[in-house]
Every structure is written in structure tokens, then in C-alpha cells.
Design a protein around this ligand. Structure first.
Ligand code: SAM
Length: 214
């Protein structure tokens, strides 16, 4: 496992000790985490992490993350506070193994199955262990699978639709990319959902599923 800098360790311990107070003033802690984590273009940025932290702290039910990394540690710290289940899908065995080690080192936990990518015909997406998973996720943090996957992140909707709570909130990273914009618009039309772009430094999509039974 790569040695993480001391500043990263301090910031993560601070987050774990008080995720609610970090959520109130997230900038310094989340910036230290992002800088210490490295992984250049692949890591979520502080603004998106702050939104994920808030969303997870306010989640009334289980949280699903698609694509693991630094965000998984942030979500696991929040889930420890709320007691809500956190499920994380990851397709790369070595990345999964590293993350498992770091979660263990900080005594954080998540339901973290290896979920290989599967060809569903029109798109490719994770093969989640549906039989073991919650029936109604109230938050989805969507930063995977990688953009090079056929269909990108679209598969969340057809594969997990029956497992999204009627008022589920989805946070989609990388919305500056035309592919992610097309996916968010398609989800919004098909769910149906309301969709807007948030964030100033590196925008992300906010997709609010509309409760059709309300
Ligand atoms: C955008 S990354 C997820 C990043 C995560 N949300 C974070 O905050 O670190 C999506 C997927 O890319 C893969 N990945 C992560 N880092 C990578 C790298 N440096 N090169 C190639 N793939 C990577 C992992 O399988 C991960 O689930």
C-alpha cells in the first residue's frame, strides 16, 4: 500500500472524529485529503466531496457509491456517524484491495463487494450482488465506472432503478463532460427526475428523482 502523507492522516482523523463539523466548514480538510491522496485526474474534488458528505449525512436511508476512492473514505466517515448502510461498487481488483486496506486501517466500514463490469448489451455496467443489497437507496454517489466504459455511467438507471427510493438524490461527478450531461438528461427524462448543475470549480450534476406517488 502506498504511504499516505501525515497531513492526509491528520485530515482524515479529523473528518472521522467530526464529520458534521467538517461538513459545516469543509474547505481545509477536504483540500488536504485531495492533495494527500494524489491520483491526479481520477480523484473527486473538494466541492464534490463536500456535496457527497452533506448528502450522506442527511440521507434517511442506505447510500450507494459507484466507483471507489477517496470519496469512499469520506462517505464511510459520514455513514459511521449516521449508522446508515453504505454500499460501494468497484470493478478493479487491485484498486479494491488497496481501498479495503485503507478502510481497515482507519476502522471505517462499508459493504464493498468486487463488482466486475458486465456487458448488458446496449451498455456495460457493474454486476452488483442485488440479492444482498438494500431495496431502496436514498442517495447515489456516482463517479464510476470510468468514462471509457461503453455507455459510461448510464447503466445505473436500468440496473438499479428498482432499488432507488422514490425521492432518491443522485450526485454525478464530471458533469463538464458532454457524455455525463447526456446521461444526466437521459436519467432525468426516464426516471423522471429534476436535474441541475452545481459547483463552481469543477461542476457536478444533481439529479433529484421525482416521487411519482406523492
Ligand atoms: C473516477 S474514479 C473514482 C474516484 C473516487 N470517487 C475518488 O474520489 O477517488 C472511477 C474508477 O476509476 C478507477 N481508477 C481510479 N484511479 C484510477 C487511475 N489512476 N487510473 C485508472 N483507473 C483508476 C477505479 O476503478 C474507480 O472506481
Amino acid at each position: 500500500m502506498t504511504l499516505l502523507p501525515f497531513s492526509f492522516d491528520q485530515a482524515l482523523c479529523q473528518l472521522i472524529a467530526g464529520p458534521v463539523s467538517v461538513a459545516q466548514e469543509p474547505d481545509a480538510i477536504l483540500t488536504s485529503l485531495v492533495q494527500g491522496w494524489g491520483n491526479a485526474l481520477w480523484v473527486a474534488q473538494p466541492e464534490y466531496l463536500a456535496a457527497c458528505l452533506q448528502a450522506c449525512l442527511q440521507s434517511p436511508g442506505p447510500v450507494l457509491e459507484c466507483g471507489s476512492g477517496l470519496s469512499t473514505l469520506v462517505l464511510a466517515a459520514a455513514a459511521r456517524q449516521t449508522g446508515q448502510p453504505l454500499w460501494v461498487l468497484e470493478h478493479q481488483p487491485r484498486w479494491w484491495q488497496q481501498l479495503q486496506g485503507i478502510l481497515h486501517m482507519y476502522q471505517l466500514s462499508a459493504q464493498f463487494p468486487m463488482a466486475p463490469l458486465q456487458d448488458y448489451g446496449p451498455f456495460t455496467w457493474y454486476a452488483p450482488p442485488l440479492a444482498e443489497m438494500p431495496t431502496a437507496f436514498t442517495r447515489v454517489i456516482c463517479d464510476g465506472p470510468p468514462g471509457s466504459t461503453p455507455g459510461g455511467r448510464y447503466g445505473l438507471l436500468p440496473v438499479m432503478r428498482e432499488r432507488l427510493a422514490p425521492d432518491c438524490l443522485i450526485l454525478l461527478d464530471d458533469i463538464e463532460r458532454p457524455d455525463e450531461q447526456a446521461i444526466a438528461a437521459r436519467w432525468a427524462a426516464e426516471l423522471p427526475a429534476r436535474y441541475h448543475i452545481a459547483g463552481q470549480d469543477r461542476p457536478y450534476g444533481v439529479i433529484q428523482v421525482l416521487n411519482s406517488s406523492a
